[in-house]
Structure formats: C-alpha cells, structure tokens
Design a protein around this ligand. Structure first.
Ligand code: SF4
Length: 371
C-alpha cells in the first residue's frame, strides 16, 4: 500500500552468485555467514537451512583448511542456497572448492602471492563461471598502506581495494564485487562512496564487527541506510555478534524500512500510551513470531487508539485502530463492519493476515502469468 521507494540506484554491472543476480538493478541480496565449524557438516548444514528459512539469498562459509574444503563438498550437496567460500590466502583451497561447486569465491587476489597462483585461481573462476568477492577490511589493511596513511582512512581502504581490482582488470576478469568494510560508520560510508565512483562492479555492503544484536543492528542500519539511500549497494551482510539468523532479519528490516525490498509483514505499530485500548506491544511481538512463515510483502498497522489508528490503517493492507472494548478493522484502507474484541485481537488479526496473504499470493501469480 505504501509507495515505491524514491531511491535511484547506482548503475552497476551484473554478476550471478549461483542463480542470484547481483547488481544492475537486481533486488539487493541479503546474506549471512555461518559461525559453526565448517568441518562439523551437520551443524553447518542445519545453520544454512535455518538461514535459508528466514530468507537468506546467499550464505558464506569459512573454508580455512583443506579439511574444511572436503567438508564444504558435503555441505554443498545438502543445501540449495548459493554458497560463498571465504578463503584468505591458500589458492589450493580456492581451486578445490571450485571443483566442489562453490558459487562465489571470497578471496583477495593480492593476498594469493605468486602470479602463477593468482592466474590459476582467476582462470578457474572464469572457466567455471564463478564470481569473486574482493573484501577489504579496515582492520586488516596491507602494512605499506597502513604506514602510508597512518590509520585506516577512506583513501586507504579504496587504495587497498583498487590493488585487487587492478589485478583482476589486468587478467581481464570482470565478474567480481567488492566490499570496503569498517567498524566505524563514517569510515565505511565514505569508503563505499569513493569506491562507487571508481568502479562499475556491484558493491557488497557491510559495517564489519558492528556489535551485539541491538547495537550492531542500529549501527548497521545507520551506515547502510546512508549508503542505500544514496543508491549505493547491491548486496549486504549485517555483521552481528549474535545468531546469524538475526543478521538476515535485520538486513531485510533495513531494506524494508527504505522500501527497497520487502519480505514478509511490515508492522506499523504505535509505541503505546495510556490511551491504548488493547495490548499493542504484546500483539505485535506475538504476531511477529507467529507469522514468520509469511514471505509476501504486506503492510499491517496495529495502533492502540483512534488518534493515529484510522490514518495508518487507511494506507495499509490491513489495520486495526483501538476502540472501547472493540477495535475497528480496516482492509485495503477501508473500514469494515466487523470489529475485533480487544481481548482476542491476536487470533483475529492472525486469521485476517493469513487470509490476505493467500489473496495477495493468488493475485501475484495471476499478474506474473499475464506478463
Ligand atoms: S496511537 Fe493512541 S495509543 Fe498509540 S501512542 Fe498514539 S495516542 Fe497512544
């Protein structure tokens, strides 16, 4: 019901991570990373499936050793979501996971070492249509760049990234995306802005080591929000010291708040005050839990009284405005004759949301068929 986002996205080239398009106007892909031991295949597969269930488009898995590469082979056979292998220095691991069907290599060509080894990895990626992510991090810049700039600065991060970009350019390989992450919001934001002016490839956004679940989500939302509002960013990962499932949820919430990409229900809820006629906070918390399976975008307003209730309900797919003992119910902005008992709002609203999701789903399919 709310309008499309006014954000004009930066024009970038397109790569594919498995079947997921990145860049050139593709939906911004939300990714996370497993934090199990990769050699614990069962635990890693379970975590990847949990991430997929909450909407992860792509999952990154750390592959630090050849044993982990062998585990990666088994993991890859058991999941559907595209997998990125995180490799730091050892080019043999990159070649091995390429054999095992990896969908993207996160490796910095400048860290591989000898020229013949760099060529081996890039040629393999080209032959197998595997894109590469160059990932620069403010906390691990090359020594000479650290000495040149004295501290991590946007120019330092971009210079580091461009070293790796130049290597791929020289080898005529353009299927890559780049990240320039930092834990400081201003440093990360300015680095991405500068990089966005220098290359055409897609950008992978992130505020690295952002913190715990709450503070990290806020910091990520502020940093990524600034960039996304400027049209910068083609895929993102929220880095939280928390369950990776939270990273996916926060990532979608950020995109949802900017109306860039919606998944599931967008609850519009008032903060409550003494005027509320039913338990707004309890209702929203419970419905968020119960309705995680709904992936269709839908605006639902849950407002405690008539001060703001009707106004929000009129621009939502479904809405409830608190009233004395019974609350007004709105569908597609129109007040319905039916009213909800204030002591049973949760069940009644859940039923309405599920029914609405079915209708929207059918309409979507009809529209897709007609196109
Ligand atoms: S909408 Fe009503 S209940 Fe909710 S915060 Fe405002 S005045 Fe209070």
């Amino acid at each position: 019901m709310h309008n499309e986002s006014p954000i004009k996205r930066r024009q970038s080239t397109r790569i594919y991570v498995g079947n997921v398009p990145i860049g050139d106007g593709a939906p911004i892909a939300v990714q996370s990373m497993t934090n199990t031991r990769t050699t614990d295949v069962d635990a890693t597969v379970a975590q990847i499936k949990a991430l997929e269930k909450v909407g992860a488009d792509i999952v990154r898995v750390s592959v630090p050793t050849m044993d982990a590469a062998e585990a990666f082979k088994l993991i890859k056979q058991q999941v559907n979501v595209p997998l990125v292998a995180d490799i730091h220095f050892d080019y043999r691991i990159a070649l091995q996971v390429a054999e095992y069907g990896v969908d993207c290599l996160r490796i910095n060509p400048g860290n591989i070492g000898r020229e013949d080894r760099i060529r081996a990895v890039v040629d393999c990626a080209r032959d197998k249509n595997i894109p590469i992510r160059i990932g620069v991090n403010g906390g691990s810049l090359e020594k000479d760049i650290q000495q040149k700039y004295g501290e991590p600065t946007p120019a330092a991060l971009v210079e580091s990234a461009m070293r790796h970009v130049d290597i791929l350019d020289r080898l005529n390989f353009d299927q890559f995306k780049v990240s320039v992450k930092a834990s400081d919001v201003f440093l990360a934001v300015e680095s991405y802005r500068q990089l966005a002016r220098q290359i055409a490839q897609p950008l992978h956004l992130g505020i690295t080591e952002a913190g715990g679940a709450r503070a990290g989500a806020v910091k990520s939302a502020v940093g990524l929000g600034m960039l996304l509002a400027e049209g910068i960013g083609d895929t993102l990962r929220i880095s939280l010291a928390a369950d990776p499932v939270e990273e996916i949820k926060v990532g979608f919430d950020i995109l949802k708040s900017l109306r860039i990409r919606s998944r599931g229900i967008n609850f519009i809820a008032c903060p409550t005050c003494s005027r509320q006629e039913f338990d707004v906070i309890g209702t929203v918390n419970e419905l968020e839990q119960r309705l995680e399976d709904i992936t269709l975008p839908m605006d639902v307003s849950v407002i405690g009284c008539v001060v703001n209730g009707p106004g929000e309900a009129e621009v939502s797919h479904l809405g409830i405005a608190g009233g004395n003992r019974k609350s007004a119910f709105y569908e597609d902005g129109i007040r319905q004759k039916e009213r909800f008992d204030n002591d049973n709002v949760i069940d009644q609203l859940e039923a309405k949301i599920r029914a609405k999701a079915s209708i929207l789903d059918v309409n979507n399919r009809i529209n897709v068929t007609e196109k």
